[in-house]
Design a protein around this ligand. Sequence first.
Ligand code: HEC
Length: 167
Amino acid sequence: MKTTAAAFAAFAAFAAALLALATPAPAAAVEFRHPLDDKPLDVPLPLDEARTEAVETFHKTGENPYIGNAQATEEGATLYAENCAACHMPEGSGGMGPSFLDEQWNYPRNKTAVGQFEVLWAGATGAMQSFKDRLSQDDMLKVIAQIADLRRQAGVGEEMAKQPEGE
Ligand code: HEC
């Protein structure tokens, strides 16, 4: 009887270990939330070439590695001119869409790259539509780097890279 119990315990431990091995480590640590209702937002890691190192880092840590990266920011500037400038103005000062050059955010999480990404992924209200089908996640990070750069150029806070904290 004792032996059976011990054998069973050993087997259970072994099975648990196997299971732990078979289950891939969670790839995503950031909990994205919908800007409008704060509900969990599903942002799957892309399976194609858009799954860049930057996208992986962003999903894990909420940090946008492209912020401060000259080449990525330059690409972000082009994407911004094509997709955002009409409403947010070329220098980000706001027009039909709000300004990026102050500390007033319609959605408080937007003082972080994660918040801005959530708006790009899910869209917000009215003219601010989702860019999910128009920009890759990698491109979204580049556009967000451009917003950070516009703020840097305008001399406003550049606290943009970190994940929302304490919420
Ligand atoms: C057709 C006009 C339009 C375009 C194009 C557009 N936006 Fe917007 N954007 C808006 C409007 C209007 C809002 C305000 C929506 C709201 O508050 O719900 C907004 C809100 C935002 C916000 C949230 C700002 C805040 O105060 O919290 C971010 C971030 C943003 N846009 C980024 C972008 C980026 C990046 C692009 C380009 C990829 C883009 N937008 C393209 C109109 C636009």
